[in-house]
Design a protein around this ligand. Structure first.
Ligand code: ATP
Ligand code: MG
Length: 436
């Protein structure tokens, strides 16, 4: 049954001018009109019509046609003809049609998208769901986003680092940690590479980034929270919060530009006609102004020191209509490692980057003074003794530094207007989902 594939080409490479073609792909649709049958065969590059005039092809092909089911993998070799009505303006008349891998019937999910499926069913059958061109397109864009981030940072002199996800202490304290069984020791999955990337500033690496998983044992069930997310984390020495805001803003613009240049087919598939690369610089609004704007809009004042919740984020997003920063947060509601202003220590040099729909990133100039850091850890009700591994580098020459963490999943979800961040993740983890 099996036959060596000699000259397999991607479906999109077969043009109306091709004379012959050999493809291998999934049966997207089967249409049998009696004397004539059509198979639409799909690979990640597109769809091609295989036209079978039953009287003109061999008996073997007719037998295969009778047997083959949708979503089976088939191998087709034949003559290519230009036809106006077929997808891509061409068709293949097969000389060879073989089933490489037969798909069971019924399918758990309709790949041709004629029958809509719930997100849960889709995620349960992600391998099938991801065969849908629209889903493939999302992950093509996601790949481009991470590639563009790497290129941008690498070209700017950053070292890519990889830090451990198994840790003994919480980054920011709190209960949002997943405990794990680690021999005789207490250990957790890391909620952020924050402390490690700062330690690499003490190592003199100057500019580092990491793209990796962060784990949050939060019980929320929203369209923007996951229990395992992918964070793009950056830390830079000899700069302040404004320096790393510039990097973040330039990087986001670069990423949008790269997606716009390299993913036009994916964007068309996702009907993103309105895909715009942000051009102007992102407005920077101090927290005090942000709570005033949001408070007025919501007709409900937000007190200094309160967090900016989802409802306030929404009205601010509507007001801004673009990416924007919220700067100069109250020191009390930002982590201990955020640097307070010298002349106004109740606010600190921390910022959030917001998309009109949600927060994308949090960052700050960091405290690099050991004693101030110890005081701030204690003020948060944490025990500085538990942070000795982190504090030690601050006693042996720590440069001033700043950085941020950007949610890769949220970046993709907002860029592509996906209603749920889970759509931007292959195998999302939430309170109810650990499989597949
Ligand atoms: P939020 O307030 O929206 O819950 P956060 O302030 O707790 O987010 P940070 O600790 O500031 O999140 O993490 C930095 C970035 O990492 C966030 O801006 C977001 O893009 C991403 N991120 C953090 N937690 C999650 C999560 N649970 N799911 C998806 N992305 C997340
Ligand atoms: Mg945050």
């Amino acid at each position: 049954m099996h036959r060596q594939i000699m000259t397999r080409v991607p479906v999109c490479a077969i043009t109306p001018d091709s004379v012959s073609g050999e493809i291998i792909g999934w049966v997207h649709e089967i249409r049998d009109l009696g004397g004539l049958a059509f198979l639409l065969v799909r690979d990640r590059t597109g769809i091609i019509q295989v036209t079978i005039p039953k009287k003109k092809v061999g008996e073997e092909i007719i037998a295969t046609l009778r047997e083959v089911s949708r979503e089976s993998v088939v191998h087709v070799q034949g003559e290519v003809k230009a036809v106006n009505k077929a997808p891509g303006g061409r068709e293949i008349i097969p000389k060879v049609l073989l089933i490489v891998s037969q798909a069971q019937v019924p399918l758990p999910l309709d790949v041709s998208e004629k029958v809509p499926a719930e997100l849960d069913t889709r995620l349960d059958n992600r391998f099938l769901d991801a065969r849908r061109p629209r889903v493939t397109a999302v992950f093509q864009v996601r790949s481009e986003v991470q590639h563009a981030v790497r290129n941008f940072l690498h070209d700017d002199g950053f070292y890519e680092i990889t830090t451990s996800k198994i840790v003994a202490a919480a980054t920011e304290g709190g209960t949002e940690l997943f405990p794990i069984a680690y021999f005789e020791k207490e250990a957790f999955l890391n909620q952020s590479p924050q402390l490690y990337k700062q330690m690499m500033m003490a190592a003199g690496f100057e500019k580092v980034y990491e793209i990796g998983p962060i784990f949050r044992a939060e019980e929320h069930n929203t369209t923007k929270h996951l229990n395992e997310a992918t964070s793009i984390d950056v830390e830079v020495s000899f700069t302040d919060h404004t320096g790393v805001m510039d990097i973040l803003e330039n990087m986001i613009r670069h990423v949008y530009r790269e997606v716009s240049t390299h993913c036009s087919d994916a964007l068309a598939c996702l009907e993103m006609d309105s895909f715009v690369v942000p051009s102007d610089s992102f407005p920077r609004i101090p927290y005090r102004d942000a709570i005033e704007i949001a408070g007025k809009k919501m007709d409900e004042p937000i007190a200094f020191g309160d967090d900016i919740g989802t409802a306030a984020e929404k009205v601010l997003g509507e007001e801004m209509g673009t990416h924007y920063f919220i700067t100069d947060w109250p020191t009390a509601i930002k982590p201990y490692y955020a640097m307070p202003y010298e002349d106004e220590p109740e606010i600190c040099k921390a910022f959030d980057l917001m998309h009109p729909r949600m927060e994308l990133s949090s960052g700050a100039e960091r405290v690099h003074d050991h004693d101030l850091l110890v005081r701030q850890i204690a003020e948060k009700g944490l025990n500085p003794d538990n942070f000795e591994f982190y504090l030690k580098p601050f006693r042996y020459g720590m440069p001033p530094h700043a950085g941020w963490g950007l949610g890769s999943d949220r970046l993709v979800a907002t860029m592509l207007s996906l209603p749920n961040v889970r759509e931007a993740v292959l195998f999302p983890r939430d309170r109810h989902r650990v499989v597949p």
